[in-house]
Design a protein around this ligand. Sequence first.
Ligand SMILES: CSC[C@@H](O)[C@@H](O)C(=O)COP(=O)(O)O
Length: 353
Amino acid sequence: MEAQPLTIRANPDKAIVWEHDRLYLLDQRILPTQEGYIELQTATATADAIRDMVVRGAPAIGITAAFGVVLAARSAFKASTENWRELIQDELDILAASRPTAVNLFWALSRMKQLIASMGEENPEPRLLQEAMLIHQQDIAANKAMGALGAALIEGNTSVITHCNAGALATGGYGTALGVIRSAHAANKIERVYADETRPWMQGSRLTAWELAQDSIPVTLLTDGAAASRMARGGIGWIIVGSDRIAANGDVANKIGTYNLAVAAKFHGVKVMVAAPTSTIDMSAASGADIPIEFRDSAEVLKWHGRQIAAPGVDAWNPVFDVTPAALVDAIVTERGVVLSPNSKKMAELMGV
Ligand SMILES: CSC[C@@H](O)[C@@H](O)C(=O)COP(=O)(O)O
């Protein structure tokens, strides 16, 4: 899958673009040294793009899958105006199998499936496209609401640590954790952001630092192992991260290494904020133990830029997410409100169940 020459200037707030009835994704694998969009013509190609990390980040995966359903409906309706509903099923399953942890994927597919179930004999594409666009727009609005709510929790002017990339690139735009940081920076509450590099895909150095630099927000990279040392030296008010799935008891799945950060934060008296839209909350997962954790190829750890960095025959354990227990989380910030010291009762109240 090669990046196409740019027709749209690369912009983190435009990582997912639907234009002239076509789906374009900013290729996040090649940032920040190259910028290019990939055009996707089928749902299967969309699922491949999600699996191969062209697009990543929980809300962005969900939005992309919703547009993937539009592409699936287009080809199914072209093949048969009568049987498109049956024809689309395989592609819906292929999209659902792309990545397992981010619940936003399944949430978005379920919204699209509900709409399909309510449709008559008309061409499904226009209404499905309208729904995908609504999912996209609602995500941006949720991020802006979270930005204001999360920024309000930060007192004075402080430095923060973030992990992975929970910015505009990982969402429909504006970002979750980076949305909070953007809003807090605009309110003069952020002195500096320390971005963990985030092995092995380097979302922190390649994507987060790129986004923050474009916003002129002071950013310094940390190797993942340096975060506790940085906290020990003081001046860090908050750890601010996103999430791929939050369980009904407030346990948080996020990029591998988030749990380490939260443990170190507790020891150093640094608070932990998780910013995530309610589409990331999975009330059917009673606790973090019920969240499926994606394991990726050990080659992602054993190789660096295609070069072998471990002795031949050495294996690697490569879970790409971990679960931070609710007891280590000070605040979950959603578009519906903030949950302080989350637990099952407070999460149920937030979700109205
Ligand atoms: C707003 S994005 C929140 C999470 O999806 C993000 O922190 C993360 O862990 C992304 O992992 P990735 O493997 O890059 O998709």
